[in-house]
Design a protein around this ligand. Sequence first.
Ligand code: FMN
Length: 176
Amino acid sequence: MKDMPLGQVYQLLEPGPVVLLTTAAHGRANVMTMSWHMMVDFTPPLVACVVSSADHSFAALRATRECVIALPAVALAKKVVAIGNCSGRDVDKFATIGLTPLPALHVAAPLVGECFANLECKVVETRLVNRYNLFVLEVVKAWGDPAQEHPKTIHHKGFGHFVVDGRAITLASKMP
Ligand SMILES: Cc1cc2nc3c(=O)[nH]c(=O)nc-3n(C[C@H](O)[C@H](O)[C@H](O)COP(=O)(O)O)c2cc1C
């Protein structure tokens, strides 16, 4: 074993898939790229995620307590990186990067038409926001695109490196 800088730990544990997080505040939709998220419970599905207070999305998420988590397949990878390298503070990312906002059912934040799944979420826990920028979201509605049958997700390894979802294997396991 060799020493590994602590600053590289996230590259091992950041499992992905890389997702998009949309918000809508004051009638304006925005989208950011996010890979720091994890499941917290099965049903209703709870998801913890870290949204930096430096992100324009942070204020919208904190104020509206709503968002959509949209799952892009590998074909959208270049757009996903572009979305994560500019701010809704400066640009309308849906228009400039070329994504289709679709109305959601329970939240004002839009679904992303090009994504293979969209999860409408409400913020249910904010006690760790001030300390860690960590929000817990409840998925209140889930959508899937039947036209994207076997989507390959992308998983962030840091600084423009990604792993694409690979070979599937099935083993006997009681774990849901
Ligand atoms: C692959 C990738 C993963 C990212 N993951 C996160 C994340 O988990 N949390 C976060 O706050 N920012 C993350 N970012 C950075 C935001 O997407 C970026 O700061 C974005 O410009 C914020 O947009 P906004 O200012 O419009 O909210 C990631 C960026 C990339 C490219």
